[in-house]
Design a protein around this ligand. Structure first.
Ligand code: SAM
Length: 183
């Protein structure tokens, strides 16, 4: 998967973050995980490994090509029973999903980040984790850049850090992960 991501220029969290996501998930004994922006399933693979045979990972993506690739990889690793693939806007699919999640992982278009916070809050269990990738956004967040993506990450971080229902830390590995515990 890492080789394919390099060849096809598909942004994935990479090994260091993947392994850290796995660690976070086993630490809280996560069994239900929802992903917004799964691409071809690399981060979903790490989560699925963590939840084990009786766990569930909800995969969402807007790209049919990515989903086709994901299906092959998921089959290859034998995780068909624990990864549920949904095509469409992850935020809308999250709104419509039932039950609470132990982890919600956000990795969609950066301009759409701010709209995910309250929706994730509603669907997480107390003590569950809302995790978001790319919060350092390659350093652009402290540059003069005013693109919608950079403004989206800035706005997201402000909202998240002041959210009364979450306790948040930004972990500066790779491109920065925000980790928020639902209080
Ligand atoms: C950075 S990639 C995700 C990488 C993946 N989390 C990983 O590390 O393996 C972002 C993906 O989000 C998808 N995407 C963008 N906006 C989305 C949305 N609103 N809902 C679901 N997927 C979305 C894109 O199609 C793209 O595949």
């Amino acid at each position: 998967m890492e080789e394919m991501a390099r060849e096809k220029n598909i942004p994935i969290v990479g090994r260091q973050v993947g392994s850290f996501l796995y660690q976070l998930a086993i630490t809280i004994n996560a069994k239900r995980i929802f992903e917004l922006g799964s691409a071809f399933g690399y981060s979903a693979y790490w989560f699925a490994k963590a939840v084990g045979i009786d766990g569930q990972v909800y995969f969402t993506d807007l790209s049919k090509d990515n989903i086709l690739l994901a299906k092959d990889f998921i089959k290859l690793v034998g995780f068909e029973e624990r990864i549920h693939i949904h095509f469409g806007d992850g935020a809308l699919i999250l709104d419509e999903s039932s039950g609470e999640f132990d982890i919600i992982f956000n990795d969609i278009e950066k301009e759409d980040y701010p709209q995910v916070i309250d929706r994730a809050y509603k669907k997480l269990r107390i003590g569950g984790l809302f995790i978001t990738d790319n919060v350092l956004w390659h350093g652009r967040v402290i540059s003069e850049d005013k693109s919608p993506a950079t403004e989206g990450v800035r706005e997201f971080t402000k909202l998240l850090m002041s959210h009364k229902g979450f306790y948040t830390t930004i972990v500066p590995i790779r491109d920065g992960l925000s980790i928020s515990v639902k209080l």
